[in-house]
Design a protein around this ligand. Structure first.
Ligand code: PHB
Length: 389
């Protein structure tokens, strides 16, 4: 009798402890540029995360999601991002680190995740090597080699023989340049020039003049989405490169829907490769675009918002699998091999690299109605990051 009584009391105590644990909020610390030159990154990723919670409810595996956003503007200063991530771990006691607009921020925070054994969900930063910097990292955006190889293949197959590469001088730019050269030359193409431009306020005029004088068939461009792309397009137009018969090919960062209206008609006809388009035709994306537009009528859904949306999806599904446990090792094990239908198309997490496997589309900037859109016309399915092969 006593035994049964003891057992009942113990079971009740255990149940209460579990319930308390289950009721603990799930604290997600988002490290994002919310102000400064890359403020749009933070805005778009936050939009995506909030849209997921609005659609699916803000309680996962019994735990209410609490977002704590830290502005690591400008987003390129690793020491700032690292200090904020440490604060999130030590002072705010977050369960998960997430966000990361730019590569320097992700690189700087990786050791914090490793030391604290916290899951780190990368929602944008796209240099291939990021996921190798901590075993607690999983990425829901893309990698530069992944989105670059398809446009290099397309160019070689479509009469482009000589290319001049222009990239931003940091991790993602180096990845883009390296992959473009590798894929394009393997397919018989020739690289006739390359430049790396500063990430901060580059003056494109001298580079564009050099490109014009070299007379390539095309320029391949990677710059981080935003102001740099707008400035490049302005220079390309003003210096008459298109009139000189030079084509422009790029990764879709250039023709990101967040800045496509600002670039305007000079973007028409630009062929680029990418993993997400607002114009992607699928029922999931139709729902996503409708929900986005209703919630944020002044903005257009873009790849960063989808990186945030899918990152939140991954967190929610992992927590369902672990019964609400956000322990770093359990989280990463549960994330490996996960598959789902994203607004961008089917995706999965490569168990070997913790990077995303996805369709990469070839698109052409076209006017649809009175709006510039990236219209998909070809695709490579289930494409892994070639940067790690
Ligand atoms: C990055 O810093 O990793 C990055 C930023 C913007 C992009 C792509 C990559 O459009």
């Amino acid at each position: 009798m006593n035994f049964i009584k003891y057992f009942t009391v113990a079971a009740l105590a255990l149940g209460t402890a579990l319930a308390a644990q289950a009721a603990d909020p799930l604290k997600i610390g988002l490290v994002l540029p919310m102000t400064g030159p890359f403020a749009a990154y933070g805005k778009q990723i936050e939009h995506g995360v909030r849209l997921y919670l609005a659609k699916n409810g803000d309680t996962v595996a019994g735990r209410k999601v609490e977002l704590i956003i830290k502005d690591d503007a400008p987003g390129t200063a690793g020491d700032v991002s690292k200090r904020l991530a440490q604060e999130l771990v030590v002072k705010d006691n977050v369960d998960i680190l997430a966000g990361f607009g730019l590569t320097p921020s992700a690189f700087a925070v990786a050791p914090v995740a490793t030391e604290a054994k916290k899951p780190m969900v990368i929602m944008n930063a796209a240099t291939s090597a990021v996921t190798t910097k901590s075993n607690y990292i999983v990425r829901t955006s893309m990698t530069l080699p992944q989105i670059t190889a398809p446009i290099a293949t397309w160019a070689a197959k479509n009469g482009i023989k000589k290319v001049f590469t222009v990239v931003a001088d940091y991790g993602p730019g180096h990845d883009a340049e390296g992959q473009f050269k590798k894929t394009f030359t393997a397919a018989g193409g020739e690289i006739v020039g390359d430049v790396r431009v500063p990430v901060k306020n580059p003056d494109f005029a001298p580079y564009l003049q050099k490109v014009k004088d070299t007379k390539p068939d095309a320029v391949f461009l990677f710059v981080p989405a935003g102001e740099l792309g707008i400035a490049f397009m302005k220079g390309f137009e003003e210096r008459g490169l298109a009139q000189a018969g030079i084509k422009l090919i790029a990764t879709g960062d250039l023709t990101d829907e967040d800045v496509l209206d600002a670039i305007g008609d000079p973007a028409l006809g630009v062929i680029n490769s990418f993993h997400y388009a607002e114009a992607h035709k699928s029922p999931e994306n139709q729902d996503y675009v409708a929900a986005y537009t209703k919630a944020y009528p002044k903005d257009r859904p873009n790849f960063m918002s989808v990186g945030g949306y899918d990152g939140m999806h991954l967190i929610a599904e992992v927590l369902k699998k672990t019964g609400g446990d956000a322990n770093g090792d359990k989280f990463i094990e549960a994330a490996k091999g996960m598959k789902w239908m994203s607004p961008r198309g089917p995706v999965s997490i490569d168990p070997a690299t913790r990077d995303i496997v996805q369709t990469v589309y070839i698109r052409k900037v076209t006017k649809v109605g009175n709006r510039l859109q990236n219209v998909e016309f070809d695709q490579i399915n289930e494409f892994k990051d070639p940067g790690k092969q």
